[in-house]
Design a protein around this ligand. Structure first.
Ligand SMILES: *[C@@H]1O[C@H](CO)[C@@H](O)[C@H](O)[C@H]1NC(C)=O
Ligand SMILES: *[C@@H]1O[C@H](CO)[C@@H](O)[C@H](O)[C@H]1NC(C)=O
Ligand SMILES: *[C@@H]1O[C@H](CO)[C@@H](O)[C@H](O)[C@H]1NC(C)=O
Ligand SMILES: *[C@@H]1O[C@H](CO)[C@@H](O)[C@H](O)[C@H]1NC(C)=O
Ligand SMILES: *[C@@H]1O[C@H](CO)[C@@H](O)[C@H](O)[C@H]1NC(C)=O
Ligand SMILES: *[C@@H]1O[C@H](CO)[C@@H](O)[C@H](O)[C@H]1NC(C)=O
Ligand SMILES: *[C@@H]1O[C@H](CO)[C@@H](O)[C@H](O)[C@H]1NC(C)=O
Ligand SMILES: *[C@@H]1O[C@H](CO)[C@@H](O)[C@H](O)[C@H]1NC(C)=O
Ligand SMILES: *[C@@H]1O[C@H](CO)[C@@H](O)[C@H](O)[C@H]1NC(C)=O
Ligand SMILES: *[C@@H]1O[C@H](CO)[C@@H](O)[C@H](O)[C@H]1NC(C)=O
Length: 872
């Protein structure tokens, strides 16, 4: 998603053809996969498909092509507005950003929830779901049909990547749970969720195709794709997600929006995705090719090079491509059926509210089509407040995400009467106004979220200073990022220093950072390192609180004797203050855990994770590190990080003990055979009469609006072309014959047998301290080495659970599970998930972080042992 500022960039240059593939490094290929598989073959969607297919059978050509595309950028109240079929009672669908809540609402109408990375740091499945429900309620309340979230790609492969914070962390399972529970919550109230961005969109710079340059190509092998980047998408599809958004970038040289192997092969056939596939905004770069490759919806409808002039790859061109026989009718019918099936699946045919807001203005009245030069005006904002009591779940997420990295000698919690000196502009609201920067494109005041289309307007910002005030704390605030000379340090003072590190989406550059952290690097902004060092030189008891999009390097001050405690509060949204107070003053113990590794140096990462800079032609980004991102890399290279993935302290202590392991499903080297596809709708392949696409008489056209009708002449000529000898140059491997699907498919998410539980573990978690607290049990799998030809990361997260609040001495038994897929590797030869050694002794390690694993259950022995040497 992007906004107006970007458009000017893409309109400048002329000429260069983007259709021609630019060579990718040897060995990376984007194979063809045709035709696009019909949807409707899984039983959980069959009723919705029955209804949708019936409706589609009665639609005209122009109605069908109208539904598959947006009516143009800035041509409606939502960020995306599909064409409708009024005759058949099918409304325009409203699509709106973004993953942490409603974007661009009139100020005060919506909740600014904590960002995805904050949700990941809670390691709390139920809270993740509850936030999803609340987000769904707000989107429904505003009349949004399609929520453009959650984001599970980027995965956070590159620590400097601009949009990692929209997702849930740098591990496929953490990311998958965050995405899947969010989807289930959002869709539980009838809103279609959109999992995005498929796939490998790991940096912001050079992501888009424009007139002068193709978008960056992520070149990655099949196993890495399956075991890392696709994993969260598979779980989202398994949760029944209604829509998937395609990424801007290319994979193996082929733009994701027209990569047939990716959409037709992997997403629709292997993962059994039943909903519809939309382009990211202006990510579509062709008409026929993208339709054949499996794209179902073009957003916002315009061509990517020079939008806003009423030109589209689809709409009227799609009508033409059907009439001239180039795109098979069943391809269009399948797309429309997928869109309408998702609409029925969420119950949106019954009493769904129409939009009551306008993403383009906060005024009550405005142009109905801001993208048209001349537009009728009307009421566009009804100012419906949809916040309900969602501040509660927002605050709970913000609080339970707070991650205590260091706490020397129990410096925290603070005593109620502590005398505080508070430093750093991040502690208080942006003095220019909490929403003064469009799409939060600045880092001024308390950082509650990153910038870009994934941002929201704040209804309010409960800042840390608001929190101290409300507590009646004895504090003095120095609203500066340079150490002031007048703070009068006293030995009994506690200094609290607030730091931030920001990033965002590419269409806005903040302090020289074009989305990605090019300029800031992995350091706190606003000279934060110096501020901490200066404070630490004068105060002996220093607490550092960090609001950040991802890892920052702490080495300049982490070990200073006066730096007693470090808290990562991530991106808390509107609830920064009180949530932090609850932790600082010990109302609750901190229970967040890191959703990524914090290294000692940026050089500790593999070089292949650097941002890719300018390259002539298509920038190439080759994932040579394979599976070895984040902790998988640090463990293999035996590099001790500053703070390990999953690390997070509490005010109390926990013991993980008395574990048991129970085999549930007997494993086999390959999974049981997939079920065959169920029935799908039958579509006619007869080209409809040209008259179905004629403009209606006397239709009052809005200039630049995208319509699906053709002039009579154009429609008739297209129909004649269907009988001419002129043939469309179909891509290599093109076919129109539906296939049974790959061995690894069979249901939403893949072969259902992959999700059979192989082993169940129980572990008793006991609070061995005296204060209340919540623990997270993290389960990592270590593959056996004997008889295993596959190289696997030493440990990989596979499941986790969080306890309720446990009082001192109290215990809770947590159940964890590993599935067949969790114990498998993706075999590129057989194109299947295989268990490399069925009788091998897998280590299932349980503990409170990735570097404190001492409890091991063995699948061969069937026993669990405590006090074992950590595998890493
Ligand atoms: C990319 O190329 C690699 C190497 O040939 C191949 O294994 C993989 O399946 C390709 N992926 C896609 C999405 O085309
Ligand atoms: C098809 O459309 C006609 C009106 O054009 C309507 O009478 C009929 O009920 C529709 N059938 C279905 C299945 O929607
Ligand atoms: C296409 O959608 C637009 C916008 O809702 C609508 O005005 C137009 O009538 C639709 N076209 C058809 C063929 O129904
Ligand atoms: C049919 O129309 C589409 C859309 O304009 C066009 O891309 C395609 O080349 C046409 N096919 C033929 C055979 O001319
Ligand atoms: C922690 O407390 C102990 C005992 O009071 C003391 O000896 C030690 O110096 C303290 N450590 C730090 C880093 O303040
Ligand atoms: C706060 O109160 C506690 C106990 O009431 C006392 O021990 C401590 O010295 C006080 N701290 C300060 C900074 O006044
Ligand atoms: C705040 O702390 C200072 C230093 O300990 C003390 O002199 C002052 O009385 C305190 N103020 C209040 C309102 O408690
Ligand atoms: C573990 O089990 C033993 C034997 O059943 C029991 O005595 C002990 O209390 C248990 N420990 C915990 C932490 O539950
Ligand atoms: C194309 O050919 C078919 C079959 O020969 C015929 O029925 C149809 O009328 C022709 N269409 C046009 C536009 O000439
Ligand atoms: C599989 O693992 C078991 C247990 O470690 C071992 O005995 C066996 O030799 C392994 N299989 C192969 C084929 O090496």
């Amino acid at each position: 998603m992007l906004s107006l500022t970007l458009l000017s960039l893409s309109t400048l240059a002329a000429g260069a053809a983007v259709e021609k593939r630019i060579p990718v490094p040897a060995g990376y290929v984007a194979p063809p996969y045709y035709p696009s598989p019909y949807g409707g073959w899984t039983s959980d969607w069959s009723e919705s498909y029955r209804k949708a297919a019936l409706l589609v059978s009665n639609l005209t050509l122009a109605e069908k092509t109208n539904i598959t595309a947006g009516t143009g950028i800035f041509m409606g109240r939502c960020v995306g507005n599909t064409g409708s079929a009024p005759r058949a009672g099918i409304p325009q669908l409203c699509l709106q950003d973004g993953p942490l809540g409603l974007r661009n609402m009139p100020e005060g109408d919506n909740t600014a929830f904590p960002a995805g990375i904050t949700v990941g740091a809670t390691w709390d499945k139920d809270l993740t779901y509850a936030r999803g429900v609340a987000i769904g309620e707000e989107f429904r309340g505003k009349g949004v049909n399609v929520h453009l979230g959650p984001s599970v790609g980027p995965l956070g492969r590159k620590p400097r990547g601009g949009r990692n914070w929209e997702g849930f962390g740098s591990d496929p399972v953490l990311q998958a749970v965050g995405g899947a529970r969010t989807i289930e919550g959002v869709q539980s109230v009838g809103v279609i969720a959109t999992i995005k961005h498929l796939i490998a969109n790991e940096q912001e710079m050079y992501r888009m195709y424009n007139l002068v340059q193709p978008g960056i190509s992520s070149n990655l092998d099949d196993r890495t794709l399956h075991e890392l980047y696709l994993w969260p998408f598979a779980e989202g599809v398994r949760s029944g997600v209604g829509s998937v958004m395609i990424a801007y970038n290319a994979v193996n040289g082929s733009a994701c929006s027209q990569n047939s192997y990716l959409i037709n092969g992997i997403l629709k056939d292997e993962l059994g995705f039943q909903g519809f596939v939309m382009s990211d905004w202006l990510a579509q770069i062709s008409g026929v090719a993208s339709a054949l490759a499996g794209l179902d919806m073009s957003m916002p409808g315009d061509i990517h090079t020079v939008p806003l002039f009423g030109n589209s790859y689809w709409m009227y061109e799609y009508s033409r491509a059907i009439l001239n026989g180039t795109i098979p009718v069943d391809r269009l019918d399948d797309s429309v059926t997928r869109i309408l099936a998702a609409w029925f699946q969420m119950g949106q045919d019954q009493n769904y509210p129409p939009p009551n807001f306008d993403t383009n203005t906060q005024d009550a009245e405005g142009p109905l089509y801001p993208g048209a030069l001349v537009s009728p005006r009307g009421v566009v904002n009804q100012f419906v407040n949809v916040r309900g009591n969602h501040d509660e779940v927002a605050r709970a997420v913000a609080r339970d995400a707070i991650t205590l990295l260091k706490n020397t000698n129990g410096s925290l919690p603070l005593s109620r009467n502590a005398t505080l000196k508070v430093f750093g502009t991040d502690a208080e609201k942006n003095p220019d106004g909490i929403n003064s920067c469009a799409d939060q494109g600045c880092n001024k005041g308390t950082l509650g979220m990153g910038w870009g289309s994934g941002s929201s307007r704040y209804p309010y910002m409960n800042s840390p200073i608001d929190g101290f005030k409300k507590r009646g704390a004895n504090y003095t605030f120095f609203n500066t990022d340079s150490f002031p000379s007048n703070s009068n340090p006293a030995p009994s003072d506690t200094a609290v220093v607030f730091l931030s590190a920001d990033s965002g989406e590419n269409y806005i550059t903040v302090d020289g950072n074009p989305g990605d952290r090019t300029n800031a690097g992995l350091h706190a902004w606003h000279n934060g390192d110096k501020l901490v060092k200066d404070v630490a030189a004068k105060y002996s008891n220093v607490i550092v609180v960090v609001h950040t999009v991802g890892p920052i390097i702490l080495e300049e001050w982490n070990d200073l004797p006066s730096v007693k405690a470090i808290l990562f509060a991530h991106l808390p949204g509107q609830e920064a203050g009180d949530s932090l107070m609850e932790v600082l003053y010990g109302d609750v113990s901190p229970s967040g855990h890191l959703p990524y590794t914090i290294p000692k140096s940026e050089d500790d990462y593999p070089d292949s994770l650097d941002l890719v800079g300018f390259q002539v032609g298509q920038p190439q980004d080759t994932f040579t590190e394979g599976l070895y991102v984040d902790y998988r890399h640090f463990n293999r290279e035996k590099i001790t990080p500053r703070y390990a993935f999953g690390h997070g302290l509490s005010y109390t202590t926990f013991e993980f003990a008395n574990a048991t392991i129970t085999p549930v499903t007997q494993l086999t080297a390959t999974p049981p055979a997939r079920p065959a596809k169920g029935e799908t709708p039958e579509y006619s392949t007869t080209i409809p009469p040209a008259s179905e696409a004629y403009w209606p008489a006397n239709f009052n056209r809005i200039w630049r609006y995208l319509y699906s009708w053709l002039e009579k002449n154009d429609a008739d000529n297209a129909a004649k072309d269907a009988n001419s000898t002129r043939k469309y140059p179909y891509p290599e491997g093109y076919s129109t014959e539906q296939k049974p699907g790959p061995v690894s498919g069979g249901a939403q998410g893949g072969n259902p047998a992959l999700f059979d539980v192989a082993y169940e573990l129980e572990v008793t978690v006991t609070n061995t301290g005296s204060r209340d607290g919540r623990a997270v049990a993290q389960l990592y799998v270590q593959f056996p080495t004997q008889g295993v030809a596959f190289d696997t990361p030493i440990i990989q997260l596979r499941d986790f659970e969080k306890t309720k609040t446990l009082a001192g001495g109290e215990s809770e038994v947590l159940k964890l599970k590993v599935t067949r897929k969790d114990l498998s590797v993706w075999d590129v030869v057989s194109q299947n998930w295989i268990v490399p050694n069925v009788s091998g002794d897998y280590g299932l390690w349980v503990g409170g972080s990735s570097d404190t694993l001492t409890l091991r259950c063995g699948t061969a022995s069937g026993n669990c042992e405590d006090g074992v040497d950590s595998p890493v």
